[in-house]
Design a protein around this ligand. Sequence first.
Ligand code: F6P
Ligand code: MG
Length: 442
Amino acid sequence: MRQSVQEDAAPPLNIPLCAKYMRSFAYKTMKDRLPIILTKIIDGLVREKENVISCHGEKAREELKKVIGYISQLKNELQTDKPFTELSLIGTDAEIWNKHLKDNAKEIGVIPSYFQTDWMYAECYIYRRLQEAFLNTESLKKFDPFHWQKKEALDSAMRPIKSLAVLLNNIVVKNSNHSKDEIKNNFICLLKIALWGNKCDLSLSCGGAVSVDDNPLSMLKQYDHYMLVDDSEDVWKTLADCKGSTVDIILDNAGFELVTDLCLAEYLIVNCDIAKVRFRAKMMPWYVSDVMVKDFHYVINTLAEHQEPFSNIGNRWLNYVNQGKFEILADQFWTLPLNYYLMEKVDKELYDDLKSSKLLIFKGDLNYRKLVGDVSWPTTCPFKNALRGFHPAPLVSLRTLKADVVVGLRPGQAEETAAKASDWMLTGDFAVIQYDSEKHFS
Ligand code: F6P
Ligand code: MG
């Protein structure tokens, strides 16, 4: 008979993170955080039932009950570590997921389950199953159960967004008389703002509000002390001689973080001669606050409809979308449970598309985990090695640490940081700007 085995230990080195290790963040996530996230979805659906029905029609009344039942069962399966089941073939990605389930079962000799298989797979599987609950309906196929949380997050960030809008209105000036140094310094400042914007994900807070300082710019100097790796100079060098090129931002969270990404993107277009920024979004509701295409438009339209200075940035960004200078794309690969070194094999088209980029900017914790394969590397393992050959183009990760994996640190740096804050890897207080320029074959 199948047994759920838990070990009262930290994850051993050099293996994929897994919730079976009780002294890991994976365990805490699967045991505490995800059940809370699922419960909040159910509460939201119950609370907003009449609103949902008035938007999606009477059919939604019965279907909501089905969805709520499905999510309660999912929560129960998670809490009792049940084996994963195949998805129905409704989504375009279902076959890939079902093949992954078969392959994984073959590899580990047992059907994978929440606390026994790789954390990356288990956590992504929860979000994909959540999507299944809605795909199984007629009236709620496109329903986003995190919509309210994302909207609230944007509403509550309007003060810091105002500061950003004022800053951007001053520095985004075509053919300005800014010196080369000023242009570079402003770029690095916006790069760091986009980095620290990543503190605002709603998955770490289990959907609860995350506050942002009213003036993000004034906090930057102070935040520099929490930067473990800062390759921003290298990122800047990549952008020399980039007239007419494309940059990709592999997005993470909606709300404030997305606004910081849009600010950086506008600066790249106007002040750094980049012709186009492609934004890469998720195809389904993902890790609570991740950006879907509709969230991208929602944020820009909301700002455009507001008074100044919000409307200035919102309307300029709308124009860039209309002119094709900003492009928003959603590919299936971003919501598969796969690490990025597998992209070339699994989604050659996406990999080749990324190859045409001058720079790939990966936002956030989950993208970082997928870049480095979600393995408990020694913290001194070079970033390039952890990428295991993933290198469609020069790439940088802007990530605040919210999971117990990090690479590229100096010897002793992890210990020094742990002495300052024992939970340094988990709170989003520490961060890295990690850059990789060359292809590497391991
Ligand atoms: O829940 C797991 C996790 O990857 C955490 O490590 C992190 O808190 C969150 O999800 C996502 O963070 P981000 O939005 O920065 O990718
Ligand atoms: Mg996220």
